[in-house]
Unconditional design. Structure first.
Length: 232
């Protein structure tokens, strides 16, 4: 696999109840089964969710009082996109509907900021940890990961260079270097350096498509939305 899929748990059992606006345990639609009564109790899938319907339905079923059970032995064969363009289109689409789902489930105008939580915490997608949840004039969600820190520091570096701020440029450059190395070495295998570099390039391209899709998808919804990356 190129991108991490949702890992809500590593052992069979009931998942925690949905208690956050967006980052809650869910099952990917490619391998999930629901009781008919559970789907009927929440009026089925939301037709407005052309992607992210699995996130939406899992949240609504959980909040309706049903339990979500994770069974790691339930396996399926899934064929990924075969072309680079297909991969980018897929992940762009994944991000496009995220703002709608966030706005639907957060329930009120808020600005929420998240960061990756403890690596041992497998109870929520992305192991997200909410660090700020404040009233705001409009809906907003910002996820601060290594990927985002890298691009933010590069932006500051560019501004500092153009403005002639040498100290700021040095600090921003150092931060960009550290965060860039951290992001680039995710699952890097020194025994297979060329393959690892290729996987990094694919991962970066998919993450970028995912984030851009989430930003553009938030515009018509009136939501400031900076999506998490699947590779943290």
């Amino acid at each position: 696999m190129i991108i991490d899929l949702t890992r809500c748990n590593s052992a069979p059992g009931y998942l925690p109840k949905a208690n956050q606006g967006f980052f809650n345990p869910f099952f990917a639609g490619l391998n999930v089964a629901f009781r008919r009564e559970a789907l009927q109790s929440v009026n089925g899938y939301d037709p407005k969710c052309f992607t992210g319907e699995d996130v939406d339905i899992s949240i609504r079923v959980s909040r309706a009082g049903w339990e979500l059970w994770f069974e790691p032995t339930a396996l399926v064969r899934h064929h990924d996109r075969r072309t680079f363009a297909g991969l980018l289109k897929q992940w762009y689409g994944y991000g496009l509907c995220s703002a709608y789902i966030f706005k639907k489930h957060v329930g009120r105008r808020r600005l929420q900021c998240y960061m990756p939580g403890n690596k041992r915490d497998r109870t929520r997608p992305y192991r997200a940890r909410c660090i700020a949840d404040i009233p705001f004039p409009f809906y907003g969600m910002i996820f601060l990961s290594t990927y985002h820190a890298l691009h933010l520091s590069l932006l500051v570096l560019l501004i500092a260079v153009l403005a002639g701020w040498k100290i700021v440029a040095l600090i921003a450059g150092a931060v960009a270097l550290v965060t860039g190395l951290n992001y680039a070495t995710i699952r890097f295998e020194w025994r297979h350096p060329l393959r690892s570099v290729g996987m990094f390039a694919l991962r970066y391209a998919a993450d970028t498509s995912f984030v851009i899709g989430s930003i553009l998808g938030g515009i018509p919804e009136g939501v400031l939305f900076l999506q998490a990356t699947r590779t943290r």
